[in-house]
Design a protein around this ligand. Structure first.
Ligand SMILES: C[S@@+](CC[C@H](N)C(=O)[O-])C[C@H]1O[C@@H](n2cnc3c(N)ncnc32)[C@H](O)[C@@H]1O
Length: 297
């Protein structure tokens, strides 16, 4: 990780004194050490890949709501600008937040805003390049970049923990369709949840009335799935297969012509969940059987 933490003003001073001799020896002090507290950002301020424009408050609130940000979340704002999204995530939703900002003056300004907002215990601003900074621990990502930058990030985003939520002001993600589109006045925002990667073949055990483990075959394009299930030599198409973070769900018609719903939690190469008639169709509550599965290599 190449980012450096923009330390709070008081600590910066102490740090500055302690390491004064080092600073003197340096040819170019790191930009985040600038202490011009009177500096204010202006719209259109240059960043590295995009300039600074702040997301309007209303849209921030909608996007953080749609992403269901809460106290357990670690929100990363990639390109933090004046820090307002990270601050809102902490203040309104109780989350921890990190803003990554390339422009050193903006990064220092954002850190001052964090301190003024009284959320420095939960929010920090990193001065660095979002493309070179590790944000893999984030549970929520916020973006206001450009569609092509979102697409550049996409492979990295898809490797994040299933269930990670991503929101973007104004810009989509190429052919990865959003799960929700948010509109606030003329503003548009997008929401995605990182899906578990489930494409391939799986063996499922525990389906009632079967002699052998069933073979589940899935194809996947982002959150869109298709597939079939083969049980004792009989193949059935999957109806409405879906992946919601790590939750996999599908339906199929079994050999008795009964519709069954399978709900599974994906954990790496393992599946665990249950099978039952669709809720409300038969007994209430329907009889459930535990199902376990593993990925076939
Ligand atoms: C459109 S502004 C959005 C600011 C803030 N996220 C918001 O929505 O209010 C984009 C920000 O990304 C910063 N930025 C551009 N390229 C960057 C990069 N490679 N790494 C980190 N920050 C970058 C810019 O300096 C700018 O502050």
């Amino acid at each position: 990780m190449t980012a450096s933490i923009v330390v709070p003003t008081a600590r910066r001073l102490v740090l500055g004194l302690v390491t004064l001799s080092l600073f003197v020896a340096m040819t170019a002090p790191r930009a985040f050490a600038q202490t011009d507290d009177s500096w204010r950002p202006q719209r259109g301020q240059t960043g590295k890949d995009v300039m600074w424009l702040p997301t309007p408050d209303e849209l921030i609130h909608r996007l953080l709501e749609v992403a269901r940000v809460g106290p357990d979340d670690l929100v990363f704002d990639l390109g933090a600008g004046d820090g307002k999204i990270a601050i809102a995530a902490a203040r309104r939703h109780g989350a921890r937040a990190v803003g990554i900002e390339y422009n050193p003056k903006l990064a220092a300004y954002a850190q001052r805003q964090v301190e003024l907002a009284g959320v420095a215990d939960r929010v920090s601003i990193l001065h660095g390049d979002l493309f070179k900074t590790d944000f893999s621990k984030a549970t929520v990502l916020t973006l206001y970049l450009l569609e092509e930058l979102n697409q550049q990030l996409r492979p990295q985003l898809l490797r994040m923990r299933p269930g990670t939520r991503i929101v973007s002001n104004s810009f989509a993600m190429g052919d990865w369709e959003p799960d929700h589109v948010v509109r606030v006045g003329t503003q548009v925002g997008y929401y995605w949840m990182v899906p578990a990667q489930v494409a391939g073949h799986w063996l499922l055990e525990g389906l009632p009335g079967t002699q052998n483990p069933a073979r589940l075959s899935l194809s996947q394009r982002y959150q869109r799935l298709a597939g079939s299930i083969e049980i004792d030599g009989r193949s059935a198409p999957l109806f409405a297969p879906s992946i919601d973070g790590a939750r996999l769900e599908f339906r199929f018609v079994d050999s008795s012509d009964l519709l069954k719903t399978v709900r599974l939690q994906v954990s790496g190469n393992d599946l665990e969940g249950d099978i039952a008639p669709p809720h409300g169709m038969l007994e209430n509550p329907p009889e459930r059987y535990v199902v376990r599965g593993r990925r076939l290599r």
